[in-house]
Design a protein around this ligand. Structure first.
Ligand SMILES: [Zn+2]
Length: 237
């Protein structure tokens, strides 16, 4: 998820090559900018258990942000994530263990695919790449391509993830990255997508984290047709 410090309209539907389809009963408008990905603008209140959400407001700019973000991933890559349901909502708020907080987005397993819930009113490119990183993390971890032991080698000796720690900027993108290994991976990837070459030039540990993620992605996924350097790999230069 990404913490903020800060009637259904189906806009996009393209299922070619998906392992299975996400059932969505009320498609009103369909577009196609990435296979296996649906973008739905929620017009109702929803309860996700740990989060609640209201209807999205004007979501046109949010849809454009999602499209622009997805276009930065190699052709054929998104097909390999399984079906992804992107739900644009409003007033995304934490409950239960996340109570009291406003959130920009979260991602959860949905059958053999994923559901990504994004607050359309607070959306930015970083949040989308952050949530995509959670999907990649989930796939790679389930496949054994990422391990906690290997990752912890890039963290300070004796470090344990948890809240309210003094920031250790040589090893982590920010304090939020220090709360959970998955948030660390997502923030590391997100910064690479946002800032590109040189982003970790002065942070050897963060460079190694990104290199580890990049290598796992190349090893696990079918990379036929990919550019020599993907956008996240350009951040290693
Ligand atoms: Zn997150």
């Amino acid at each position: 998820m990404k913490r903020l410090f800060g009637v259904v309209l189906l806009l996009l539907l393209a299922f070619s090559g998906c392992a299975s389809e996400i059932d969505n009963p009320e498609p009103i408008e369909t577009k196609s900018f990435a296979s296996c990905i649906t973008v739905t603008v929620s017009r109702e209140h929803r309860d996700f258990g740990s989060f609640t959400a209201g209807p999205a407001g004007d979501a046109d700019s949010a849809v454009k942000l999602v499209q622009a973000a997805l276009e930065r991933y190699p052709a054929g890559f998104t097909d390999q994530w399984g079906p992804v349901e992107i739900l644009l909502v409003g007033d995304l708020t934490g409950t239960e263990s996340f109570a009291g907080g406003r959130y920009a987005g979260f991602t959860q397993r949905l059958g053999d695919g994923w559901r990504m819930v994004l607050d359309a009113d607070r959306l930015n490119a970083g949040t989308i790449h952050h949530e995509i990183a959670h999907i990649l993390d989930g796939i790679l971890t389930e496949a054994g391509a990422l391990t906690e032991t290997e990752w912890m080698a890039f963290c300070p000796s004796g470090f344990a993830y948890g809240p309210e720690q003094a920031l250790c900027p040589d090893f982590f993108a920010d304090a939020y990255a220090m709360t959970d290994i998955r948030e660390d991976r997502a923030r590391t990837f997100e910064e690479a997508m946002l800032w590109g070459p040189g982003v970790y030039a002065d942070s050897p540990a963060l460079w190694l984290k990104l290199e580890y993620l990049s290598r796992a992605i190349r090893t696990h996924f079918d990379t036929i047709g990919w550019p020599e350097k993907t956008d996240w790999e350009l951040a290693l230069e």
